[in-house]
Unconditional design. Structure first.
Length: 159
C-alpha cells in the first residue's frame, strides 16, 4: 500500500461567473484546488474551459445544472429551473446536452460527474446520471465509488 497521503480539493460552480472562475483559478495556482466542476450553461463557462485546456493538471468534471432552489418561509422555492425534474425525457436530453457541451468546451471527457445542489440524488436524475456515468466509465459523486486513479500529491503554496 502506498503510504503517501493525497488531498483532493474539488471546487464546484467553475464557469458560473468571472468571480467564481478567478477564485477557483487562484486557489488552483496556489496549490489548494486540484479539481474543478464545470457548469456548462453559464456565460463564463468558455473562460473556465479555456483555462482548463491550458492547464491539464487541473482535473475537470461536469457539474450538472438543472436549476437552483432556496429555502424561504419554510419551503424550497425555485430561483430558476432548466427542465422539470419530473420530466424524465427532458431531463435525460438536458444531461446529455451538457455532457456534449463539456466535451466541446474542454476538449476531453469529464473526470466524474456531480450536480448543482446535489440534484443527482433525486429521481429521475439519479438513474439517468448513473446510466450516463456507466457509459462513460466515470463515477457519479456520492453515488458510485470514486476511484482517483490520477492521485495528486498535496502541494504547498510558496506564498
Amino acid at each position: 500500500m502506498d503510504p503517501t497521503k493525497y488531498l483532493i480539493v474539488n471546487a464546484d460552480d467553475f464557469g458560473q461567473n468571472p468571480g467564481v472562475n478567478r477564485g477557483i483559478i487562484q486557489a488552483h495556482e496556489r496549490g489548494v484546488v486540484t479539481r474543478a466542476s464545470l457548469m456548462t450553461r453559464w456565460l463564463a463557462a468558455g473562460e473556465a474551459a479555456l483555462y482548463a485546456r491550458k492547464h491539464p493538471e487541473l482535473s475537470v468534471s461536469l457539474h450538472f445544472d438543472l436549476g437552483e432552489w432556496v429555502y424561504r418561509a419554510g419551503s424550497w422555492v425555485p430561483v430558476y429551473t432548466v427542465v422539470s425534474l419530473e420530466d424524465k425525457p427532458a431531463t435525460e436530453q438536458e444531461l446529455y446536452r451538457q455532457v456534449d457541451t463539456f466535451r466541446y468546451l474542454v476538449g476531453r471527457e469529464p473526470t466524474h460527474i456531480n450536480s448543482h445542489q446535489h440534484v443527482q440524488m433525486r429521481e429521475p436524475v439519479r438513474s439517468i446520471a448513473l446510466q450516463l456515468c456507466d457509459r462513460l466509465g466515470i463515477p457519479l459523486r456520492k453515488l458510485t465509488a470514486l476511484s482517483w486513479e490520477e492521485k495528486i500529491p498535496v502541494r504547498r503554496s510558496s506564498g
